[in-house]
Design a protein around this ligand. Sequence first.
Ligand code: PLP
Length: 390
Amino acid sequence: MKSVAMSTHVMPTYTRLPITFEKGQGVWLWDDQGKRYLDALSGIAVCGLGHAHEGIQNALAIQAGRLIHTSNLYQVGLQENLAQKLSHLSGLDHVFFCNSGAEANEAAIKIARSYGHRLDIEIPTIVVMENSFHGRTLATLTATGNPTAQKGFEPLVEGFIRVPFDDIDALNVLRKNPNIVAVLVEPVQGEGGVNIPSKDYLKRLRRICDDSKWLLMLDEVQTGIGRTGRWFAYQHAEIIPDVCTLAKALGNGVPIGACLTRGEASLQLTAGKHGSTFGGNPLACCAALTVIDTIKQENLVEQAAEMGRYIIDRLSDSLKNNNHIVNLQGLGLMIGIELDRPCGELTQKALKQQLLINVTAGNTIRLLPPLILKKPEADLLVDTLSNLLA
Ligand code: PLP
């Protein structure tokens, strides 16, 4: 691992680790010194199929040679195909395509507001959660439950009310508020720690939204496309939201976001109400179609569920005598190990052991390995991490 020269022209937006990766293959990455690392982060839940996947390479090469972009002024056949596949997998009906998670959530927020205005609600208000993360644009930053991320960018956007995550009583109290039009929530929070709500949370939320005529809008940007051992995390709860947002793993690294809708939510973004130059272009849609087909062909949703259980079992065992562990939880391959103290330095220490992990919310180790992870690599991950924590 060699330290990299400070770039003077890239904005210092990120605290970057001193390492540059030059190539990848499957669950492995190589740095510019030729050293190999186990990737247990997948570019933050993006590269579900790992790196340099042959199917993706071939599909993209063919598509790039055929057509990359036309514009949404014309019909885009691959968009139609992708929307149909997503609709079939999700139980929702329509899709707006964009380029990132924040954009998918912006579309959801606009849908909720438009829905509210149709009901003659002057200040349509969306319920959002503490410790949530929805993006960095102004509206999604406002929806995000992180005052540190918001600080310095005021005035924030009107029309949001915050309640604690996994607290049905707090939502019940809001039922009297006539301005509320929607609830925006992550089925499993990923940036404010790895927070899995109570088993019946989403079901109860669905019931409240139905009774109150609120849209249930699930941010599955991090949890979607197989990550939690189902195509979408809400499928664990056997409900269907009115709006579901996706990005990250949908393109395996090719930027694409999607806002899925059904019912009233599908009626809001009519011609001229929303748009995106790049959104759903043939190259991005080709990547997403290949991702979905490959996940199906290789049974990766089931594999993620099984491998997630295996990792949790092994970690529970190997960490059972470590009294700094406050909580170990996971759903599929979204796993959090909460410690009793800040542990940001562990990412550097893991890097020295040739392992890529992440620390979120200051004290939670977050593991988001590729869905293609197999047992020997899972064992290496658990052993390296357990040694590190010892
Ligand atoms: N929503 C969730 C749950 C996320 O985890 C993220 C990114 O981490 C976003 C939204 C924002 O996505 P993007 O960075 O693609 O805008």
